[in-house]
Design a binder for this molecule. Structure first.
Ligand SMILES: *Cc1c(COP(=O)(O)O)cnc(C)c1O
Length: 249
């Protein structure tokens, strides 16, 4: 990883600015097409595999929210970014093992990938034991196709650990956590329209019991328009901003 103090080349800065301009205009167009206010949608720049210097550049261009999916990489990057005097809002969006909870709590403002009662409890105890002082914002990850192997709590399941009802109840009832809303990834092989329409139905059901769960994190580089059409308040964009990642992950 490049040191964040290494000045970034002008070429890279120009490339990132161009990517950002394209993504911002896609978001604006999608909001217009859906009859939504542009201010309702926040872009999270997903910077996994990219160096801290790219995060610093993005923040300099007005990006406020950054996402990472692996603790080891994120912890080091957050430290480098902070050393550069830059403080974005960090979202953890990847699979989270319970033994990584304490590390993630050191830098994450939001955890978007809570998909079991056991993980919610581990985060809640972690918040208490690190003396965080304010609750952690949590999005419950939803499995749109019910395939638990790929992550996500399962709607209409009575499973006491991974059923969506039990997970949202656990987060809402935890003093150290704030249930901010839901997150999902469109399943492989699903039309984004169909996936995000189903997600919108699930989100409306969750809001009947938990009206505070207003955020909906859905849509990535390839499908952000469909997600915005179905009510996404947060889109998580990586490759369309920063370029194709060297490895698929
Ligand atoms: C990598 C990743 C993204 C961004 O994906 P792109 O297709 O590069 O925009 C969004 N959400 C999650 C959970 C990710 O892991």
């Amino acid at each position: 990883m490049t040191d964040s103090r290494t000045p970034q080349t002008t070429d890279r800065r120009v490339e990132i600015a161009a990517g950002l301009a394209r993504v911002r205009s896609r978001i604006a167009d999608a909001c217009a097409a859906a009859g939504r206010n542009r201010a309702e949608v926040t872009m999270i720049a997903v910077t996994k595999t990219y160096p801290a210097a790219d995060v610093v550049t993005l923040v300099g261009l007005g990006v406020t929210d950054v996402g990472e999916n692996r603790d080891q990489e994120a912890a080091a990057k957050a430290e480098q970014v902070a050393a550069a005097g830059v403080v974005p809002r960090w979202h953890f969006v990847g699979r989270l093992q319970r033994n990584k909870v304490r590390s993630v709590l050191r830098y994450a403002d939001v955890v978007q990938s809570v998909d079991s009662v056991r993980l919610a409890s581990a985060l809640d105890s972690g918040v208490t034991s690190v003396g965080r002082g304010r609750p952690l914002d949590v999005l419950v990850q939803v499995s749109i196709d019910g395939d638990v192997a790929r992550g996500g709590a399962v709607p209409d399941s009575t499973d006491l650990d991974v059923g969506l009802g039990p997970v949202t109840e656990a987060v809402a009832g935890a003093g150290g956590l704030r249930l901010a809303g839901l997150m999902a990834v469109a399943p492989l092989g699903w039309e984004p329209e169909r996936a995000f329409a189903r997600l919108a139905t699930v989100a409306a059901q969750v809001r009947m019991d938990h009206p505070q769960a207003t955020e909906l994190s859905a849509g990535m580089s390839g499908d952000l328009e469909a997600a915005i059409g179905h009510g996404a308040t947060h889109v998580r964009v990586g490759s369309a901003l920063l370029g194709k990642r060297p490895t698929l992950r």
